[in-house]
Design a protein around this ligand. Structure first.
Ligand SMILES: Nc1ncnc2c1ncn2[C@@H]1O[C@H](COP(=O)(O)OP(=O)(O)OP(=O)(O)O)[C@@H](O)[C@H]1O
Length: 259
């Protein structure tokens, strides 16, 4: 009887591990990257699970955008490797960049063209297909699609940048501070939209300085300190606790895990 129970336990554990590995979308493995003599990331490792929202937090200059650019294949690691669905990002960057959606730099648009025209040009440039009307509606720009971008507010530009990153319905979305400049109502709606995309299977990596947003949006949170994801929080475990506890623990790890 005991042997059967042991076998059952081992089979279950094995299945869970295999399932987890199959669900792996992004695997950052011991990545090192700096700029000139300035070291930024050092042996940095973490994983993103398919259909989950992962938030990177860290002080200004910690290296969040650098890490995102590496994952999107815009920068080459000095050491280590990054795999997306098992493929080495740098070696397959052209194909991978077509498959993912990203908003990492300050978004730049054709100012005199409308939101709709900007999205159409982007699709043509990518050689991709996408439904402009529906993505504009989904990000809350349904009523202003014909307006020139020069008339857009900061928050509207941010929505348009998210629409551009998502219009080809990528399986992986990398958004650097996606809620920047949005009013509280717009921010809530955008969080709901991102959650609905994750529920449909999109893997989402964001960064944010607003821990309240991270708390309410992410499934997992990684604190980038001293060149590494030093601490990860699984938000499931925080449902019972409150935001203040979470904030306190994150700040502790942002300081490098010392009080
Ligand atoms: N192209 C570059 N050349 C030289 N240094 C750079 C370059 N890009 C970034 N850095 C430096 O690398 C460090 C990490 O920058 P990065 O933008 O990745 O940090 P971050 O965590 O995203 O910061 P923030 O929270 O302020 O957006 C900073 O010190 C920055 O000045």
């Amino acid at each position: 009887m005991w042997k059967i129970a042991q076998l059952f336990f081992l089979t279950n554990t094995y299945q869970r591990l295999v399932l987890k590995e199959e669900k792996m979308k992004v695997d950052v493995k011991k990545v090192t990257k700096g700029y000139g003599n300035l070291p930024i990331l050092q042996d940095c490792s973490f994983k993103l699970q398919e259909g989950k929202i992962y938030a990177l937090v860290g002080v200004n200059g910690a290296g969040k955008s650098t890490l995102m650019k590496l994952i999107a294949g815009f920068l080459e690691p000095e050491d280590g490797e990054i795999l997306i669905s098992g493929r080495n990002v740098w070696e397959n960057r052209e194909g991978i960049q077509r498959d993912l959606g990203s908003m990492i730099e300050v978004p730049v648009f054709y100012e005199s063209l409308s939101a709709r025209e900007n999205l159409a040009l982007h699709l043509a440039y990518m050689g991709a297909e996408g439904k402009i009307d529906s993505i504009l509606r989904e990000v809350g720009l349904g009523a202003v699609g014909e307006k020139p971008v020069m008339a857009f507010s900061v928050g509207m530009r941010q929505r348009l940048a998210i629409a551009r990153a998502m219009i080809h319905r990528p399986e992986l979305l990398i958004l650097d501070e996606p809620l920047n400049g949005m009013d509280p109502l717009g921010s809530e709606k955008m969080k709901g939209f991102l959650r609905s995309q994750a529920d449909k299977g999109t893997t989402i990596l964001i960064s944010s300085h607003i821990l309240q947003d991270v708390y309410s949006l992410a499934d997992e949170v990684g604190v980038l300190t001293r060149g590494k994801v030093e601490k990860e929080f699984y938000m499931e475990e925080y449902n019972e606790k409150n935001l203040l506890v979470f904030e306190k623990e994150v700040l502790h790890w942002m300081r490098g895990g010392v009080s």
